[in-house]
Design a protein around this ligand. Structure first.
Ligand code: SAM
Length: 240
């Protein structure tokens, strides 16, 4: 998979060079390219923003550098990319989005700052023939200062689902929200050695070696924890 990230803070994305995703890029499973949006500005101050039409506080990212950057980045590889624009006003990015995007050959991320990117950029690339459309996604109901942290979240979530990235691919199937049996559940509690820590015991069934009983216990614990922590995931969530 090829991933291009366009940002005014390229160093922010250095975190993708370490740990699991760093190893995946090192192994060639992810071909990562980070670009500075200011390379596509023409003025002395390398300006990427302007005042909002209609007034109001804050600045809006101008469409010109974005258009120039995205056209240029598009031309650097053959595959038509999906353009991902993180924004709090987008549809929710979930584990099933991560699973779907882990199979996409090419993603281009546009990191907004200030009050966001001029809306015509999303509009234009939604209909551009050599793109796979635009996904405007939110990572949660809160407002970050920029799209870079959202891109770190999204790339880590989808990257670990690319075949070969996780040491044991099966572990992703048991994760909270994993498409399939866990789709509407969070994972139950997990334990490791020692059996007794500060007077707290590991549940007996996990020591039994009985795979069927362990699977049943884990399924029940996933349900119990979902009811406790995330009742909004239940088919009939209780009124808030
Ligand atoms: N004025 C915008 C609004 O209220 O929707 C918020 C702009 S925010 C300060 C600047 C940038 O941070 C956004 O353009 C987006 O790239 C990113 N961002 C902030 N919160 C986000 C979230 N929850 N999910 C994804 N991206 C987010």
């Amino acid at each position: 998979m090829r991933i291009d990230v366009v940002t005014i803070f390229p160093q922010y994305l250095d975190a993708l060079r370490i740990s699991l995703i760093g190893r995946a890029t090192g192994a060639g499973l992810i071909d990562l390219h980070v670009h500075d949006l200011r390379e596509w500005t023409n003025d002395r101050h390398r300006t990427v923003d302007d005042t909002p039409y209609g007034g109001g506080p804050g600045m809006v990212m101008s469409p010109e550098p974005w258009g120039a950057a995205l056209d240029d980045v598009r031309a650097r590889a053959d595959a038509a990319p999906l353009l991902v624009i993180p924004t709090p006003s987008g549809t929710r990015f979930t584990q099933s989005t991560a699973a779907a995007w882990s199979g996409v050959p090419r993603l281009v991320f546009a990191c907004g700052r200030y009050e966001g990117i001029d809306s015509r950029v999303a509009q234009h690339y939604s209909n551009a023939p050599d793109w796979q459309g635009v996904a405007e996604v939110s990572i949660g109901d809160y407002v970050l200062a920029g799209g870079e942290a959202a891109v770190l979240v999204i790339v880590e979530a989808l990257g670990r689902l690319i075949p070969g990235v996780l040491g044991n691919q099966e572990s992703a199937a048991d994760d909270s929200f994993a498409p399939g049996a866990m789709a509407d559940l969070v994972e139950g509690p997990v334990f490791t050695k020692p059996v007794n820590w500060r007077g707290l015991e590991v549940p007996e069934v996990l020591l039994s070696g009985h795979h069927g009983q362990i699977a049943t216990w884990r399924a029940a614990e996933a349900e119990r924890r979902t009811v406790q922590m995330r009742p909004d995931l239940l088919p009939d969530p209780p009124e808030a």
